[in-house]
Each structure stands twice: as C-alpha cells, then as structure tokens.
Design a protein around this ligand. Structure first.
Ligand code: PMP
Length: 435
C-alpha cells in the first residue's frame, strides 16, 4: 500500500482491517481524473448513463405530488421496512415476470422474496456477506464486472474465471472448472457463480438462450456440499436495442432454489436514486435481511416511493422506451464506428456487435497492448480519446494470465457525434502504434 500522504509526521497510522488493506483504489478513478483535467478528451471510458436521459421532469412531478399529500409525504420521509416498500416490491416482482413474458402467478418465487437494495451493487455485497468466508471461491466470467471482483479480492476470496465467447460464458468450461475443483476436494469452497446475462459489462455480450439452462444444470449438479448460488446480474437487461431477448436464468428455476436475480433502476431510470432489487431463494431472504438491517435498516425509502409511483403510473415504462430510442442511436454510432475502425486499420480486430447496454468491446491482435502503460493508451490520450483498458476487467485468477490487448468503449455519456469522433481518434492512435 502507498504511504499515507495525509498522515502528520510522527503520528501512528490506524490499524486498518485486512479488508481495507486489501481494497485497491477503483482503477477507473484515475481515468476519470484524466478526463476531468483534460476537457478536450473524449471519454469513452466512464460507464455513466446518458445525462440527457435522466428523468428530471418526471421525478419533479412525482416528488411534488408526493409531498403535497402530507400523509404520503411524511410516510416517504420516515424509515421504511428493511425489505423495502411493499408496493414497489410487488411492482418489481411483476415487472421481472413481465420481462420474461410470464404471468406473475407462474413466475418463480413471490414478492416476499424481493429485497430492495441500495443499487444492485448492494445486492451483490449482501449475498457475498452472507455466503462467503475468507478463502471461499467465486466463479465469474473472464472478463467480468471489475468492481465486484475487486471487492471479492479485498475480502480475500478467491476469484476463478470461466472463458467466454460471443455467446457468453462457456458452460463446458464451468463444468470443467468445477470438476477439477471437486477432484482436488476444493468444491466445498465454491459458493457463488456470478453471471451477467444481458449485455455484459465489459464485453456487451448476452448469454445465449441454450446456455442459460446449461449453466443452471451445472450449478445444480455441483451442489454437493451445499447449494451453489447462481448469481444472475441483469443490470443492463432493459437497455436492449436489438437482437434476441432471452428469458432470465431465474425463470428456469421454478422452485427458485439456486438462482438470485439482481436488477437495478440505475441504468433504465436514475442511478442517483440508488435503488436496485434482488429476487432471492426463500432460504436466502432472512440472512440477507439480517445483514441489511445491521447495515442500513433499509434502503432509501423516499426513492422507493418515487419509483413506485413512476412504475404504477406508467411513467417508468414510457421513460425506458424513450431512453432506449436514444441509446439505440448511440449503439448504432458505436457499431458503425467499430466497423469503420476495422476497415481503416487493416488489423485482425475482434469486436462485439452492440445490441444493448453501454459498452463496445475490442480485442486487438495479441501483439498490440492496450493496458494503461502501453503506447496505445498514451497515444490515444494524445489523440484525445480515453478508453478503459481491458486489463482492469480481468480478475486476479491465480490460474490465468491477463491478456493485454483488449479494451472497453462506453457510449453512455458521450454525445453521438463524440462517439464517432472518439472512434476516429482511436483509429488514428492504432495506426500510429502500428507504424
Ligand atoms: N452490475 C453491473 C454489471 C454494473 O455494471 C453495475 C454498475 N455499473 C452494477 C451492477 C451496479 O450498479 P447499481 O449499484 O447502480 O445498481
């Protein structure tokens, strides 16, 4: 760890916990700093949502309505139940069923198995807290969501990764990994298999339909010592602009035994309201509520009341439709820009076609490095474009070497013309590196 520059000379440091000492700074923080200090830079790095889409007016009207009724207003300003607002729990339960095209009475679980969380990030953390001890193993995609894998490493869990292809996580590889761990009597350490099923962060890939059942079957098969949890993160599900719309993995687990589904209002509505939701196996609900109660009593109740009104009045759905129309244009810019990049640079690039979410993903030839220390990264900043080096997104798996030739390009925050210009700048950077 770096010496603490804020420490006065001669003072002893605090005795930080193991977890705090193992918690690294968010790598993306440095990129945001770079973007802030360099206003001409086009940032295709930050994973933020489009500022234009944020539902300012809808929220203003709801808040004004809510607070004009003193009974409802004061209730919204009170503590709420740890599990979350009852109405919103029912609304999101029906919503999840609706997204899967299943009537709520046939959908797995029920609204009492929904816990409203402070973003879906808290859902991840609560499940990790109640399932994981130091040294336990979590299996993720290669690459995966770096905020979660960073937290797992800080908690001194082992992260093992499973390869992906254009169809998402490869089931056979998961089976092989679990079989190998079983063979050396380490299966009992595996607690969670974490899969993003729609427009994955960082690659934008959606898990193909047949693989969903296969992954669930594998998790069932290796639930020998205890149940393995298939943690399905569908944060980007509602940001779908084209392509297939498979059903969630959870919808295939009729008794809701092995799957937990995490969703969020951050991407389709507003991250500032910090509200997500988890649909949990019934035996996970009480442990999660106990953990949550001890942390925050319950998530922001005022936000929940706003969101319940947005959902029940249809404002939410309307908003998502408008938001997807805007993102679809941006995704098209990204796809066009990536196709042009491929034509311009005459290299064997592998790009993922964007159908949803906020990210494009590029794999360069192995000989071209894209990590933060690389010539490409430095030249891209010189040319005025910022990307997220893929190296940030590959977890510390003791059995694997991180590839240096990948990068993530976000199109959430950038204006449409900036996406095109940013990709042109990136093409120039690649050409300069290849000279
Ligand atoms: N899952 C994934 C894959 C994400 O990319 C993010 C945030 N970018 C989250 C979960 C957490 O988001 P939030 O806490 O805002 O719901």
């Amino acid at each position: 760890m770096k010496p603490d520059a804020t420490l006065a000379a001669g003072t002893r440091p605090f005795g930080l916990s193991q977890a705090a000492r193992h918690t690294e700074e968010q790598p993306i923080g440095e990129l945001i700093e770079l973007a802030l200090t360099n206003p001409d830079l086009i940032s295709l790095a930050a994973g933020l949502v489009d500022q234009e889409t944020l539902p300012n007016e809808v929220t203003r009207d709801i808040v004004s309505d809510l607070l004009s009724d003193p009974v409802a207003g004061k209730a919204a300003l009170q503590y709420g139940p740890t599990r979350g607002d009852e109405k919103l729990r029912h609304l999101v339960y029906d919503h999840m069923a609706g997204l899967d095209g299943i009537s709520p009475d046939l959908f797995p679980g029920n609204a009492d198995q929904v816990v409203l969380t402070t973003g879906s990030q808290q859902g991840q953390h609560l499940l990790a807290e109640v399932l994981l001890d130091c040294g336990d193993i979590v299996i993720v995609g290669w690459p995966s969501y770096f905020v979660l894998t960073g937290a797992l490493t800080a908690w001194q869990c082992e992260v093992r990764a499973v390869e992906m292809d254009d169809q998402g996580m490869i089931p056979q590889q998961l089976d092989d990994l679990l079989a190998a761990l079983d063979k050396i009597n380490q299966l009992h350490r595996v607690k969670i298999v974490y899969v993003q099923t729609f427009h994955q962060n960082p690659t934008g890939r959606t898990l193909a339909e047949p693989r969903r059942q296969e992954l669930l079957d594998i998790v069932r098969k290796y639930s020998k010592h205890h149940k393995l949890l298939l943690l399905e993160d569908a944060a980007y599900r509602e940001l779908t602009y084209s392509g297939p719309t498979p059903k969630s993995i959870l919808s295939r687990d009729p008794d809701l035994e092995h799957t937990a589904l995490l969703m969020t209002f951050s991407k389709p509505f507003s991250p500032g309201l910090r509200t997500g939701y988890a649909l949990l196996p019934s035996d996970m609900v009480e442990p999660v509520l106990r953990a949550k109660g001890g942390r925050d009593f319950g998530s922001n109740y005022f936000s929940q009341k706003i969101l319940a009104r947005a959902m029940e009045t249809g404002a939410y759905e309307k908003h998502v439709t408008a938001l997807c129309a805007r993102y679809a244009q941006k995704a098209e810019r990204m796809n066009d820009g990536l196709a042009k990049l491929n034509r311009t640079v005459d290299l064997d690039l592998r790009v993922v076609q964007v159908h949803g979410g906020l990210y494009g993903w590029v794999e360069l030839p192995e000989s071209i490095r894209a990590d933060p220390e690389s010539d490409l990264f430095r030249i891209a900043v010189e040319e005025g474009v910022l990307y997220v080096p893929g190296t940030y997104c590959f977890p510390k798996d003791p059995a694997r070497t991180v590839p240096m030739n990948t990068l993530r390009l976000s199109f959430g925050l950038a204006e449409p013309e900036e996406i095109t210009e940013g990709l042109d700048r990136f093409a120039r950077s690649l050409q300069r590196v290849c000279l």
